[in-house]
Design a protein. Sequence first.
Length: 283
Amino acid sequence: MQTCLKSASKEAIINTHGPFVVIGEKINPTGRKKLAEALQANHFDYVRDLAIKQVEAGADVLDVNVGVPGIDEVALMPQVVKAVSEAVDVPLCLDSANPQALAAGLAAMPGRALVNSVNGEERMLASVLPIVKEYGAAVIGLTMDDSGIPNDPEVRVAIADKILNRAAQLGIGADRVVIDPLVMAVGADSSAASITLRTIEMVQRAFGVNVNLGASNVSFGLPDRHTLNQVFLAMAIGAGASCAITDPMKLTSTIRAADLIRGRDGYAKRYIKYLRAHPVQKM
């Protein structure tokens, strides 16, 4: 299945049978004091710089989140969308828990965006899916609902089914819904990653849709997070994930290697091109 995202003149295809798509995570002020301060001051040069560096590092899509406490997301989101779209020509993933901010960003967005996100909660389904429909966007569906995040993969799959069915009722096809099986910290629950991997496999088998991950969540609170993120991401790709919101500076090389190993990079062209542009430092 293919989920097509568009900027003003470029496409990014999330494909269950294609190369893995990198969604750059760095335009998100959570835990990033410098970015939060820049957004509060309406200084967008730093935002543009983050966008450019992520695309240079291999990002196919950029996540855009302006959620600083006390800020007017509805006013700020379209401004940042415009600034990022002027700096780089890749599709965007608009990231907010505020449906009005999503709508404002989509109205300012050239092409087709990915909305991050909806989940199985009734209020979210009722408020976000009509916006996705109105603007012809695609959407990430989180496998949680009014009862929270279930530990049972079967329940997560049932929530995915609910989201897909509700989207279909509005005329939003399965090709425009990317399911996120949710990644929790293994430091808090050693079975968290295995639950996610099992959910990926089950979602793929049941629906054949694209699967997204917030990959770095798995290592939260633990030392040597990079190694954990690399290992988990490679395993998730093998299980059937097709895109991730992650750090392209740190993980694109792992992703290119995974695509090559699983036969989705003919003659190693993308792998070699990436390493030529980003030589590995000799130890």
